[in-house]
Design a protein. Structure first.
Length: 443
């Protein structure tokens, strides 16, 4: 963003909400801001409805989520029923949205991606207690380098991938209160403090071909922390909670959810066709801010369409709909404002499916199912180098992601982002060399 743009953007954020987009990000920021607030409220009300508006039951469920270990995979729907996890998702994502708006961060693709991702992971690992120390750590980093927190807030919110560290130290080490809370907060603050510079540096490893760059960063931090724990003789058991079935409950709800995004995009979006063609033609490589480049209307439509693709995959392979898989769908949806689109996600998902079918895994198993959804972080590879490259990336991602979790012991919720960064870092130099050779032949 150029300095001279700032006054216009801030003015747009303060402008009352319009009903229809005009196609320019400064003017349309209020519309994006409305989406950022309304959908977390939808999660919140949906959770209350599932709990039959029994506030006491919701409170008990939230207390269970806070006290439970949160290393992968800890499905909140298996631990606290259906209502409390969605209330938790609504509260956490609403907090993320309000932080962004309070800091006057331009509501655009990164904001949509981070709010929907926080909502998704608040169904299996993030909660109203464990996200705050990591955010505080990034805030302290901003103070230390004397930069506005608004420059780092997106990293802070994505960095809540390390929230399980806070829960494990607080409740898994047997420390007495209040020292357990002090130790948990200190661990989260320390992890958050190191996130911004590492995230910037590690972006060079994959050159923007892994959309979950903070997941790669959190994977390295989690690996270091887990190595220290193991050296001290501290073992952290895995999560292991996974709710089965639930298709009859959630399929209709998700259909309405994704349809609402498409409908909103159609209502809000002038020049919808041109914007969608631009999105489909883009590679998705970081930073691909679809609302900024093509308008909020086409971006919302793309979010709904990609969400439907993910849901269709889960249904076709016979997978469960639970906290982790719905989290995967919400993350796919959010990042469809920030790099994902049908042309670049389908090859990666196909590659995961082929690898799972030809190996000892099944596409409906927990690991391969999540790899197909979250592994679309590698979508820019398909967008840049073609569908065969995307399929290769997806296949490699599956065989790597089911093994790298041991390194960080489940402390990094974005395990697929960690694996995706490694895959992209290894694969893209090879693909670029082949591409360069073809270009030289064509001269």
């Amino acid at each position: 963003m150029h300095p001279e743009q700032a006054p216009a953007i801030i003015k747009a954020v303060r402008t009352p909400f319009r009903f229809r987009a005009v196609g320019s990000l400064p003017e349309d920021s209020p519309l994006v801001g409305r989406v950022l607030v309304v959908y977390p409220l939808v999660f919140l009300v949906f959770g209350l409805a599932l709990a039959r508006f029994d506030l006491a039951a919701v409170a008990r469920g939230l207390a269970t989520l806070v006290r439970e270990p949160d290393v992968l995979i800890n499905d909140y729907l298996a631990k606290a029923g259906l209502g409390a996890p969605f209330v938790n998702a609504g509260l956490c994502s609403l907090a993320a949205a309000l932080i962004l708006l309070a800091l006057r961060v331009v509501p655009s693709g990164p904001a949509l991606a981070v709010v929907f991702t926080v909502a998704g992971f608040s169904l299996f690992g993030k909660n109203i207690y464990n996200i705050w120390p990591v955010i505080a750590g990034v805030w302290l980093h901003a103070q230390a380098v004397r930069r506005p927190f608004s420059e780092f807030v997106i990293v802070a919110l994505f960095g809540t991938a390390l929230a399980p560290l806070v829960s494990e130290v607080s409740f898994g080490f047997g420390l007495a209160a209040p020292w357990n809370y002090v130790a948990g907060a200190a661990a989260g603050i320390a992890a958050g403090f190191f996130l911004p510079p590492l995230a910037t540096h590690l972006l060079q490893l994959h050159q923007g071909y892994n959309l979950y760059n903070v997941g790669l960063t959190a994977g390295f931090i989690g690996t270091v922390v887990m190595s220290v724990f193991r050296a001290a003789g501290i073992e952290i058991p895995g999560g292991g909670a996974w709710a089965k079935g639930n298709g009859g409950v959630f399929i209709p709800v998700l259909v309405v959810f994704f349809s609402s995004l498409i409908a909103l995009g159609a209502i809000y979006g002038p020049r919808l066709g041109d914007g969608l063609r631009g999105i489909i033609a883009s590679t998705g490589r970081l930073v691909s801010d679809f609302p900024r480049s093509f308008g909020i209307g086409p971006a919302l439509v793309n979010m709904g369409v990609v969400g439907f693709l993910g849901l269709s995959y889960v249904v076709i392979v016979g997978g469960d709909l639970n906290g982790p898989t719905i989290g995967g769908l919400l993350t796919m949806c959010g990042f469809s404002a920030f790099g994902k689109q049908p042309r670049n996600v389908l090859p990666v998902m196909a590659g995961v499916w082929i690898a799972a079918t030809l190996s000892r895994y099944s596409p409906s198993d927990e690991g391969p199912l999540l790899a197909a959804l979250f592994g679309t972080c590698l979508a820019p590879i398909a967008g840049r180098y073609g569908p065969l490259a995307g399929m290769l990336a997806g296949a490699l991602h599956l065989v790597i992601v089911v093994n790298v979790g041991y390194l960080h012991g489940g402390l990094n919720l974005y395990n697929n982002g960690f694996s995706g960064g490694l895959v992209a870092g290894m694969l893209t130099p090879f693909l670029e060399a082949l591409s360069e050779r073809r270009r030289n032949r064509g001269r």
